[in-house]
Design a protein around this ligand. Structure first.
Ligand SMILES: Cc1ncc(COP(=O)(O)O)c(C=O)c1O
Length: 406
């Protein structure tokens, strides 16, 4: 893919995703499409395993290290600031569980729109170490409340946890503003990047994010069971991981099987969170997926997906569909959510009917919390948005929904 034309690069990338051919796929916020080349790359490892050639010290190990570098580049980090995880939840827990909590410390989170997986990791620290979990309310347009969080930070606040884009309403977080406040107040900022990394541009250092957990299966277009955790080097080196394994320890040139000294040294940076063998078939797969994202370029993808969401937002508003996303410009991103904050009684049934109407037309959207979520990635097109809007226009219950008041 060596053309400079963004439209052409997007079209070439789309051709690598067989999942777009027989349907309109607007469900990346639930799970992304896997490109065929990623399947082939995973199969390459499994085929080697069938022959007995899948050595964890060979090709697969080198590929996994290459992937670490590629992911680091994607978010503006250094390779030794990235470790592998199984999913977002594990990445969040790895940070939360390795902070030196003392009873009476607190962590701040916006329960209304934060994913429950992250919130449970904080409840666990409350129940194990006696910390306070401070809940703040979302902004009126259901985005992360940066100012409110800033007001709740005090001398015992150790952590702020938040999503870069919330799964509930698609609102984008003002991360750079939150990052600056947290750094000034010496509070760790832990970000759940599940709904943005791969679609929206992020430089973790420029934004002053301390740690970022991402899963491969949504906007990175990779398989389940693989994720990444970025930990800023200076922070990582103050942390003691909850688990240690041979890859967490700096063995120098010694073979991993040699029993090291009791006075072991942790690996530098985030690599102290590495434990044992990686998920090599999955890292082979994501290697191929990351190449596709990089060949288009994240800034190009961001422009594309936010334009598609803008198109969908305007079209749905014109048809009278109630939206809870998009009312505040700085919170708009690549996800459009139809429905209400507090749905009227008949609302949920109408949303479910619209969802069925889409399913009958091979249009894939996600129903979440009684709302419909349309999410865009590099493989979607403006023609697809027009087709979905045309389907809404011919939906028999359109008038009923458009005139329903929350
Ligand atoms: C914002 C957010 N965080 C976390 C998760 C859960 O991720 P995982 O299953 O990888 O832990 C999701 C999944 O939908 C999500 O949307």
């Amino acid at each position: 893919m060596n053309t400079n034309n963004s439209t052409e690069r997007l079209a070439q990338a789309r051709a690598l995703f067989p999942g777009v051919t027989s349907q309109i796929y607007l469900e990346t916020s639930a799970r992304g499409l896997l490109p065929k080349v990623a399947l082939e790359a995973a199969m390459h490892f499994y085929e080697a395993a069938v022959r007995g050639d899948a050595k964890e010290t060979g090709e697969a190990y080198l590929a996994a290290e290459r992937v670490r570098e590629k992911f680091a580049r994607l978010i503006g980090a250094a390779p030794d600031e990235v470790t592998y995880t199984r999913n977002v939840s594990e990445g969040l827990n790895m940070i939360v569980a390795s902070l030196p909590w003392q009873a009476g410390d607190n962590a701040i989170v916006c329960r209304d729109i934060e994913h429950p997986n992250g919130v449970y990791s904080l409840y666990n620290m409350r129940d194990r170490h006696g910390i306070e979990v401070r809940m703040v309310d979302a902004t009126p347009d259901l985005a992360m409340p940066v100012d409110e969080i800033a007001k709740r930070i005090d001398s015992r606040t150790r952590l702020v946890m938040m999503s870069s884009v919330t799964f509930a309403t698609g609102a984008r977080t003002e991360l750079a503003r939150m990052g600056k406040i947290c750094r000034e107040r010496k509070v760790t900022l832990l970000v759940d990047g599940a709904q943005s990394v791969g679609a929206l541009d992020l430089d973790v250092h420029a934004t002053q994010v301390d740690a970022l957990a991402v899963g491969a299966s949504k906007y990175l277009c990779g398989p389940y069971g693989l994720g990444f955790l970025f930990v800023r080097r200076e922070l990582a080196e103050t942390l003691r991981p909850a688990y240690l394994g041979r890859f967490s320890i700096n063995l120098g040139n010694a073979h991993e099987g040699v029993q090291g000294s009791e006075k072991y040294q942790l690996m530098p940076g985030a690599q102290r969170f590495d434990l044992g063998s990686a998920n090599y078939p999955a890292s082979n797969a994501i290697d191929a997926s990351l190449d596709i994202l990089q060949s288009v370029g994240i800034p190009v993808i961001e422009n594309h997906v936010t334009a598609l969401a803008g198109h969908m937002d305007a079209g749905l508003r014109e048809l009278g569909i109630p939206l809870i996303s998009g009312s505040v410009a700085r919170h708009r991103a690549h996800i459009v959510v139809a429905g209400w904050k507090n749905p009227p009684a008949e609302g949920a049934a109408l949303i479910a009917d619209l969802s069925r109407h889409f399913a009958e037309r091979q249009m894939r959207v996600s129903e979440r919390l009684g709302r419909l979520r349309f999410s865009f990635h590099l493989y979607n097109t403006s023609d697809e948005v027009d087709a979905v809007l045309a389907a809404v226009a011919e939906w028999p219950k359109l008038l009923e929904l458009a005139t329903l008041r929350a």
